[in-house]
Write a protein that binds this ligand. Structure first.
Ligand SMILES: [Zn+2]
Length: 267
């Protein structure tokens, strides 16, 4: 664990749980990435955020750093207060052995999936979702892409409409409309009460990282947490054959030219 370098992309409702658990596991380096500051709607679910943290004025990456420092001073913390599509964030992911995607929307997921494939970084993707319905559904999922045997693209787990909006530079509009699928209009100044669901999803994800990192067993590719029915099931969905990301560009590094995103207006 101590030799392992991990990037956590998105220090939010899921990312703060992940950072805390990685610190308890004693990983060597944690690169925490998020360009935003804490806001009032975050306070009901961000592990390590305090009621008296100044709002505005508390970068989310500072919360991650404080959490890690409080647990283990021997861990190297790299703070990247920039969006994923930035030189520093790309470099930090490329310098990592594992990356956790703890982002809200499929635009950054799409790019992270590609970046990790290009550089052979093991990728763990987390999502919590609330579908207001009816019927109301809530839960989450964990996805691990560690060896080219399936990724978010060939398992068709991305909403390409959302991805294309993001790539067109309009992703922010969608970000602002909903939090975990719940309309901001309904939430007022609070956030959705998903702290416990996030805790389950983050714990499932960090467990898969832990077993994969130590070699205890192979990580599960895709697990679904259905909190409505109190079940965790292992998805048996199979990847579409001949995936470009898994079979062609994986491990080709700079030749894959993921860096082309840095020249666009996506952020
Ligand atoms: Zn794939």
């Amino acid at each position: 664990m101590r030799r392992t370098r991990v990037a956590v992309v998105g220090i939010g409702g899921l990312g703060t749980h992940v950072v805390q658990q990685l610190a308890f596991l004693g990983v060597g380096t944690i690169a925490a990435m998020d360009h935003e500051d804490l806001d009032e709607t975050n306070l009901n679910r961000y592990v390590g955020a305090r009621h008296d943290d100044p709002i505005p004025g508390t970068p989310k990456v500072d919360i991650a750093e404080r959490t890690v420092r409080g647990i283990d001073e021997g861990i190297t913390v790299v703070k990247i207060r920039e969006p994923l599509v930035s030189e520093r964030a790309f470099s930090a992911v490329k310098a990592s052995d594992w990356a956790f995607g703890c982002v809200d929307t499929d635009g950054p997921r799409f790019i992270l999936n590609e970046l990790c494939a290009a550089y052979g970084i093991k990728y763990v993707d987390l999502a919590t979702d609330v579908e207001p319905g009816p019927p109301l559904k809530y839960g989450g999922r964990v996805f691990v892409s560690d060896n080219g045997d399936g990724c978010l693209s060939c398992l068709q787990m991305l909403d390409m409409k959302q991805v294309n909006w993001y790539l067109a530079g309009e992703g922010q509009r969608e970000d602002l409309a909903n939090i975990y699928g719940v309309s901001r209009d309904l939430l007022g100044r609070s956030g959705p009460s998903v702290v416990s669901i996030n805790g389950v999803v983050a714990s499932l994800a960090v467990t898969e990282f832990m077993v994969g990192c130590t070699g205890l067993r192979s990580p599960r590719r895709h697990m679904v947490y259905d909190a409505t029915d109190s079940k965790v099931r292992i998805s048996l969905d199979q990847p579409v054959e001949g995936c470009w990301y898994c079979k062609v560009m994986r491990g080709t590094g700079v030749n894959a030219d993921v860096e082309r995103y840095l020249a666009t207006n996506a952020s």
